[in-house]
Design a protein. Structure first.
Length: 157
């Protein structure tokens, strides 16, 4: 299990929301909530290092892995000085397709926000709505993209 960096953990541990001077740093409560959410995500989601991912994908070079991350076909999450990769996106020696398309439909720039959206957002029009992540894992990229677009549209249609 990975953990958030010590600096962030210390900020969370020593944060007192009642005594916080939000005038001095109005983002402090949000930063703490984000750190707590990242820690919870890492506690329940297995992650892989770049070396393990590269090996799993047939000995992919570091440059090729970075390229796939930049293109959005692989999700990586910044953690401390490095990055980790949620293990769910890898099935055997392949990557679940559709991540870049869903991210584009959502318009999300933050890797951590995107990771959260994949688990939180559901198809608002489905009789038995599944999360975006479950749609991708089921191989239903078109449904995942439609659901993502519906989640961000003004009227939900």
């Amino acid at each position: 299990m990975m953990a958030i960096p010590a600096r962030e953990r210390d900020a969370v541990t020593h944060f007192d929301s009642d005594a916080a001077d939000t005038e001095a740093d109005p983002l402090a409560p949000a930063i703490v909530r984000g750190a707590l959410w990242r820690e919870a995500y890492l506690a329940c989601t297995p992650v892989l290092t770049s070396d393990v991912v590269a090996q799993r994908l047939g000995g992919l070079s570091t440059a090729a892995l970075r390229h796939r991350v930049r293109c959005g076909t692989i999700l990586s999450l910044p953690l401390g000085a490095g990055r980790v990769f949620p293990a769910w996106q890898f099935v055997g020696d392949r990557v679940v397709p559709g991540l870049a398309l869903v991210r584009c439909a959502l318009g999300t720039e933050s890797d951590w926000v995107f990771a959260g959206q994949l688990d939180a957002l559901r198809d608002p029009h489905a009789a038995a709505p599944r999360t975006l992540r479950k749609l991708l894992l089921a191989g239903d990229v078109a449904a995942a993209v439609r659901a993502a677009a519906a989640c961000v549209s003004e009227d939900g249609a």
